[in-house]
Design a protein around this ligand. Structure first.
Ligand SMILES: [Zn+2]
Length: 447
């Protein structure tokens, strides 16, 4: 196989790790809606939840497994029988089920959290994987807190679970502690030392506590990892997970250095990002790479001039390649329902006929008053017409593309249509154990 053909499996954990982050819990219908979008996006694996954590999680995993048939559907389980049985119960009707078993391996977790010895940990990991394998062919194992685990012991555990039937070994940087050179070395060491490693897929799962989740993930791929675990908008525990859209676009834009393929449909990235933001009510930070509303906005005159002459002067990727609506197609009073529908879809909304009719009527009235209906007008209108049940929070702001911004809309326009104040991404409340998961032991949380 040449470097050109190396295929990276994209494992999306927005519905599991992402959903665990403060303010990001989703109800059943919202999870299903997002799962459909992840399917359209081309994710290879969707981690749909943690079935033993709550009845709601169980039902969501089961429902997703029942209707989303192309990707692998994974469910998380601690390394014990009841968790694994519950996960399997939720997953067994999936077209392609995967049980994801995890157990902490670092001394600090063994001593203070689990209160077991290394030998007990090794035996528990092996037994759990063996049991999972008796139910499901596709078993992933994660040694939680791998990056702070003694390397010899880590390799020993990995070897034991490979022997017990694990097909994917996920290496989590659970606490966001590692740095790219170190994480790359760890993956290389595992590849060199673990017997049977050539028959399994190595995966990376990075957290962003030091802002290096994506960089660490890329280092892992360069060192031989072939699965990446990531989330839309990088949501996840504490500072979040590696952002799916950033990993994918790094590979596309820098193919010279990262000659790898994924199955991700780039044009669906923006829609996925907006949909998640809408569902959770957590806005995307404006300067967020790839999907933030400023990611393709050019403010400085010299930049605007350059972009108008040739976008390549300041753009390393086009807005269209990540699905940012082409605002050159201006919506006005002569636009039909079809154009309106397409634009709504690009912004992350799908409406049935009746809802669309309603929005269309309002749209025509607005278009009569103002000449051009920009995305942010449309979003205001959608918000007024169609208030999502679970979220009273304003959802997202318009995203001017290079041309729209260069054509001068943003500053004046956004004053005429002031945006409702939104909770800043950095002003979120501290994690409070309030949601349904927390009736379990305090070490439920996963990798
Ligand atoms: Zn995680």
């Amino acid at each position: 196989m040449t470097a050109e053909q190396v295929r990276i499996t994209v494992f999306d954990t927005t519905l599991r790790d992402g959903e665990q982050s403060p303010g990001c819990s989703m109800n059943h219908q919202e999870k299903l809606r997002l799962a459909h979008q992840l399917d359209r996006l081309g994710a290879d694996v969707i981690e749909a939840g943690f079935p033993i954590a709550s009845d709601g999680d169980f039902e969501a995993v089961k429902a997703i497994a029942g209707v989303i048939r192309r990707p692998v559907i994974a469910g998380l389980a601690r390394a014990c029988r009841p968790d694994i049985e519950r996960a399997w119960e939720a997953l067994k009707d999936a077209a392609r089920p995967r049980i994801h078993v995890f157990l902490a391996t670092s001394d600090i977790h063994l001593q203070y959290k689990l209160r077991i010895t290394r030998d007990q940990c090794l035996a528990q990991a092996r037994d759990a994987v063996r049991f999972a394998k008796s139910l499901c062919d596709d078993v992933e194992f994660s040694p939680e807190d791998a990056t702070r685990t003694d390397c010899d012991f880590l390799c020993k555990v990995l070897e034991a679970v490979v022997e017990a039937g694990a097909t994917t070994l996920n290496i989590p940087d659970t606490v966001g502690f590692t740095i790219p050179s170190e994480f790359g070395e760890l993956i290389s060491t595992i590849r060199r030392r673990v017997k049977g490693i050539e028959n399994v897929t190595i995966s990376a799962h990075c957290h962003n506590d030091l802002g290096m989740a994506v960089a660490n993930t890329m280092a892992a791929i360069a060192a031989g990892a072939r699965q990446v675990e990531c989330t839309i908008n990088g949501i996840g525990e504490r500072a979040g997970n590696a952002a799916l859209e950033e990993i994918v676009m790094a590979m596309r834009v820098r193919r010279d250095r990262y000659p790898y393929e994924t199955g991700i449909v780039g044009e669906q990235l923006f829609c996925a990002s907006q949909m998640l933001s809408e569902i959770t009510g957590v806005p995307v930070q404006p300067n967020k790479a790839v999907t933030g509303r400023n990611a393709f906005a050019h403010e400085a005159g010299i930049h605007q001039d350059g972009v108008l002459k040739n976008p390549l002067t300041y753009e390393i990727m086009t807005p269209q390649s990540v699905g940012v609506p082409d605002s050159k197609l201006v919506l006005g009073k002569h636009s039909g329902r079809h154009a309106l529908n397409i634009r709504c879809e690009q912004l992350g909304y799908q409406f049935d006929r009746r809802a669309l009719d309603d929005i269309y009527r309002r749209f025509v009235r607005l278009a009569d008053k103002i000449k051009h209906v920009e995305d942010h007008h449309l979003l205001e209108l959608i918000r007024e017409t169609h208030k999502p049940a679970a979220s009273a929070t304003p959802l997202f702001e318009s995203m001017p593309t290079a041309v729209a911004a260069a054509a001068s809309v943003s500053a004046q326009e956004s004053q005429r249509f002031p945006l409702v104040p939104q909770p800043n991404a950095f002003g979120l409340p501290l994690p409070v154990p309030t949601d349904q998961h927390h009736d379990q032991e305090d070490y439920l949380w996963g990798v």
